[in-house]
Design a protein around this ligand. Structure first.
Ligand SMILES: N[C@@H](CCC(=O)N[C@@H](CS)C(=O)NCC(=O)O)C(=O)O
Length: 203
């Protein structure tokens, strides 16, 4: 069985949500989002930097939410939650799956660090402002992309949505998800209404 190393409201939401959508059994190992848990000797043996998510499946340990997502789909998806591999639709699916972590997360991560997590003396307000501007640019791009379609890859919900949905959860928490982006707001509403999202964000 897949053991998921999870901390509430972190990127491990993506993995718990994906497993819920696929109806797969999993064991949850919940860590507190603090150095005592994440930097413990035991957890550093699972993740060299002490970050979540990680999975351990019978000794196969994997970090990186995007890699874990692709591994789970390849092993258990049976074609669900992604277009057929090798098609132009699958290429777009991969684009959005990786866009979530590689392009959208860096500004959100900076906002999290410099507006909330770091001690006040270590925060850089200028970086927060620049990161808010970058995140808003991404939200504008997404808003145009989502015009007339329910999910980021079209009519079907995919694992690109579980990746991006976490970014939008953070965007909402950071007050960035405004009426300037009506298609994104409606999209996030559809994602947040899914039982898998609700279970993942309640854990
Ligand atoms: N690219 C990694 C990023 C993992 C990551 O930064 N996770 C955050 C939580 S959302 C974390 O554990 N931060 C604690 C730390 O960096 O000390 C992924 O997608 O899994």
């Amino acid at each position: 069985m897949i053991k998921v190393y999870h901390a509430p409201n972190t990127r491990s939401v993506r993995i718990v949500w994906l497993l819920e959508e696929l109806g797969l059994p999993y064991e949850l190992k919940t860590l507190a989002f603090n150095p005592k848990d994440l930097q413990s000797e035991e957890y550093l043996a699972i993740h060299p930097y002490g970050q979540v998510p990680s999975i351990d499946e019978d000794g196969l340990i994997l970090n990186e939410s995007g890699a874990i997502t692709q591994y789970i789909l390849a092993k258990y998806g049976k074609g669900r939650l992604e277009p057929k591999a090798g098609t132009p639709e699958h290429a777009r699916f991969l684009y959005w799956l990786h866009f979530a972590e590689a392009t959208f997360m860096p500004p959100l991560g900076n906002i999290a660090q410099h507006a909330f997590i770091r001690p006040e003396a270590e925060r850089i307000p200028q970086l927060v402002m620049e990161s808010q501007a970058k995140a808003k640019k991404v939200l504008s791009v997404l808003d145009r992309e989502l015009a007339g379609k329910p999910f980021i890859c079209g009519n079907d919900f995919t694992a690109a949505d579980t990746m991006l949905g976490y970014n939008l959860l953070l965007s909402k928490m950071f007050g960035l998800l405004s009426d300037d982006y009506p298609n994104v707001v409606a999209y996030f509403g559809r994602l947040a209404a899914r039982p898998g999202f609700q279970k993942a964000t309640a854990k």
